[in-house]
Every structure is written in C-alpha cells, then in structure tokens.
Design a protein around this ligand. Structure first.
Ligand code: HEM
Length: 434
C-alpha cells in the first residue's frame, strides 16, 4: 500500500533524478521553493493564531491585544504571520518575473503559467482578507478604501461591493466573510493549486533547462541548428533536496529576523466615524490607488486591471517566432532592450505623475489633458523611440517586442506602487516620507 502510494502519488511530485543544469541557483533563485515554504509557514502560524483570535467586531481587536501581551510567544507568532504574508507577495512576484524572463512559460509550461496566476491571485486574496482581521483603524480604513474602489466598475461594481462587504457597510458580516475566506477557502485553494503546480513542473520534465544567451540561433555561418540543452541527470537526493533545504532555511531565517526586529502594526481600534488622513490601501494595491488619482476611476479599477490580467494570461499563448526557454532575457540584445524598457517605463511614470500633479491643479481642462492626452502622448513617444532603436539593434524577434512591452508596463506600475505607498502623505499630497 505504502509502496503504491509512493509510486503513484508522491513520485509525481518528487522526481528521482533531475537535469543537473537546472540545479544552478542563477536559474530559479529558489524562488518557487521559497514561496512554497512561506505558504507552509503561513498555514502553521495561522493555525496557532486561530486559537486566540475572535472574529467579531467586539472581540477581534481585544483578542489581538491579549495575544500580544499575554500569550507566550503570541507576539512572535503574529509578527511571523504578518512578515511572512508581506514577503510572500514579493517572492511570488519575483518568481513570476524569473519565469517570464527565462522564457519558462512556453509549451509545455503554458498551463502552469496560468495555474501560477491563480496562485498569485490566491496570495493577494489571502493578504487582503487577512488585513481586516485585527479590526484596527489601519485594517478598517484600508479595506474601506479598497472595497470602495469597486464602485467604479461599470454595471456590477456596486453589487460586487455589497457582496464582498456582506452588506452596504464594513461590519460584522464583512469580518465573518473575510475570516471564512482567509481561514478556509484560501488554504484549500493553496493546497489544490500548489499540488497542481508542482505536478505540472514534474510533467514538464522539471525546470526549463538553462542555455547561454543567443543559443536559440544556432550557428549563423554553418547554418547548424542550435544544440539541444545539456540534459545530464543527477539523483534528486541529495542534490536537489540539499538545495531546497538550504533555501527553506534562508527563508525561515529572513522571516524570523524581521519578526524579532519589527512588530506587526496595530493602531487604535476600528472607528467608522473617524477616517485617518491619508487613508491608504494595502501597499500591493497602492499602484491602483495611485492610478486612481490620475485617470477616470473606471480606467484605474476596471479597464487597467482587466487588460493587465488578460495580457498576463495570454502571454504564453502568443505566436512567438522562437522558443528561447532557459535563456535569461532571450539574447544579449534582449537584455539591453529590457533594461532600456525598464528605465523608460519608470521615467514615463515619473514624468506623468509629476506633470499631472502640476497640470491637474491648474484648471479643469489641463487636468483632463494630463489624465488622458498626456499618458497617451508619453506612450506614443516612448513607443516610437523604442521602435526605432529596436529596429536597428534588436534581434527582430516578436519575443523581444513582447518582453519590451511587459517590462515597460511592469516598471511603470512599480513606480506607481512605490509613489502610492511611500510618497503620498496627508490628503494624498505628494511629499517625502520623512
Ligand atoms: C504561491 C505561489 C507559488 C508557488 C508556491 C510556486 C512554486 C513553484 C515551484 C516550487 C516551482 C519549481 C521551482 C522554481 O521554479 O523555483 C515553480 C515553477 C514554476 N512556476 Fe511557480 N509558484 C507560485 C506562483 C507562480 C506564479 C505567480 C507563476 C506565474 C504566473 C508561476 C509559474 C511557474 C512556472 C511556469 C514554473 C515552471 C518554471 C520552469 O520550468 O522553469 N508560479 N513554481
């Protein structure tokens, strides 16, 4: 029985041997494994927190105070859960970027990219639903602002908002709903999606095999096709397992260090009558909140998120001209164009935020121009400059064009997120954080 279980179930997840070249740290940076360790840590610490937490508006805040002050190691467990959750968002985004930039989303890994997007959504859902649970001012108003944004979704936005809040206002029903999603639905989603994700990695024969830059080209002089990637295999035990254990130790040590050094925030108890200034969304939604300050709300909370999700989901299904899987940034010129796109995306976002800041306060007409015409103008200018230099120096592959568009948008959104989270103060005015 145990033998059968090993053979038919466990071995689907744990290969006996792995291609030696995929063990290189510079391929995966251990980020997927680190994300898995953090998810397990969240489940362990979350289980412990459940013994002390009370999911009612009357009892939630007091139960957190009791946990911090009176329960042995209660503060540490809460800090671990808080920092683990925040690190998880960062690690999963970095894992997505590494998968994207090593071209590990081409067939046979296309479905796994989509499962990964499901995991990213689950990570955001778990963070967002957990945010409300302490029922302090920070939690109450961050969730009020975030769910308030839903109003701008045309048609079903208000219904969706009521549905997520469990009524017209944030209250006991919202807390009960968020608690149920956070402690029952999220772990279930993680278990199912992670199982599926790991099994697909196994089905694809392990990680994408690393190759040198430009290896997809073959030899331009002799016309020889590109050599197949090296596939020598080594036993997973000890080679893979030792590396996974080392990465797990690094992850746990990082969270432990943060948890010992910095306490998870806890402000005064939730007060629906007194909104703090500024009222900010959690940092991972700060980019959308920033966008909301510059464009029509429907664009910020509906059109941009829907288009971004569709573009991400479609990424592996484009008709690409080459499969540079295993090569960081496709080629040497791909590296240069990605760097140029990152700098251009960041610069375009900074210019837009700064100019819009001035124009919007000048008059209604300049405000309209700066929220519609200006971003379109900036986009057109950067696209024209990019097209010119790409035509001259790029590989000419559409892979590189898609990569440039992705990097440009990601860098722009990263600047929006940092601006919203760090450089917005009282009345959401721009300013230094110190
Ligand atoms: C909780 C979230 C996630 C966990 C726990 C996780 C875990 C893992 C692990 C352990 C691996 C193999 C080792 C590695 O690449 O480091 C992997 C590979 C992969 N992941 Fe994820 N992942 C998550 C989210 C994502 C996301 C957001 C995406 C992309 C949208 C994604 C797409 C992939 C793909 C395509 C592979 C195969 C890569 C290759 O063959 O080189 N994953 N993931």
């Amino acid at each position: 029985m145990t033998l059968r279980l090993r053979k038919y179930f466990l071995l689907h997840f744990r290969p006996k041997t792995v291609p030696e070249s995929t063990l290189a740290l510079t391929l995966s940076w251990g980020l997927g494994g680190l994300a898995a360790v953090l998810v397990l840590l969240q489940m362990g610490t979350g289980l412990l927190l459940k013994f002390a937490y009370e999911p009612t508006p009357q009892g939630a805040y007091a139960s957190i105070q009791y946990l911090i002050a009176d329960v042995p190691f209660g503060r540490l467990v809460r800090n671990l859960h808080h920092w683990g959750a925040n690190l998880l968002v960062g690690v999963v985004v970095l894992h997505l970027l590494r998968v994207c930039f090593t071209g590990a989303f081409h067939a046979p890994r296309r479905l796994n990219w989509v499962i990964g997007l499901g995991l990213l959504t689950t990570v955001l859902l778990s963070n967002f639903t957990g945010y409300l649970l302490p029922w302090d001012q920070l939690a109450y108003w961050a969730v009020t602002v975030s769910t308030g944004m839903l109003e701008y979704i045309p048609g079903f936005g208000p219904v969706m908002q009521q549905w997520i809040r469990g009524g017209p206002e944030i209250g006991a029903m919202t807390l009960r709903l968020f608690f149920a999603v956070h402690t029952a639905l999220v772990p279930l989603l993680f278990a199912v999606l992670m199982g599926f994700h790991f099994w697909r990695v196994r089905r694809a024969g392990g990680l994408v095999i690393p190759r040198k830059a430009d290896e997809w080209r073959g030899d331009p002089e002799s016309g020889e096709p590109a050599p197949g990637p090296a596939r020598e295999r080594v036993p997973a035990v000890p080679h893979l397992i030792v590396r996974e254990a080392a990465m797990a130790a690094v992850g746990v040590a990082a969270v432990l260090l943060l948890a010992v050094a910095v306490d998870a925030p806890l402000e005064g108890p939730a007060n629906p009558g007194l909104s703090p200034n500024p009222t900010k969304a959690p940092w991972y939604f700060a980019g959308f909140q920033e966008l909301l300050l510059h464009v029509h709300p429907t664009v910020a909370v509906f059109i941009v998120p829907v288009m971004a999700t569709l573009a991400l989901a479609a990424l592996p299904f484009w008709r690409y001209q080459a499969d540079p899987g295993g090569i960081w940034f496709i080629s040497r010129s791909g590296r240069r164009s990605a760097l140029a796109a990152a700098l251009s995306g960041a610069l375009a976002a900074i210019l837009w935020i700064a100019v819009d800041h001035g124009l919007a306060s000048y008059s209604a007409a300049t405000g309209r121009f700066s929220s519609v015409g200006l971003p379109l103008l900036l986009l057109a200018a950067f696209a024209a400059a990019g097209w010119g230099s790409f035509g001259k120096r790029g590989t000419g592959l559409n892979n590189e064009g898609v990569q440039v568009a992705f990097v440009f948008a990601a860098a722009g959104f990263a600047v929006m997120t940092v601006t919203g989270a760090v450089f917005r103060g009282e009345g959401m005015a721009l300013g230094w954080p110190w």
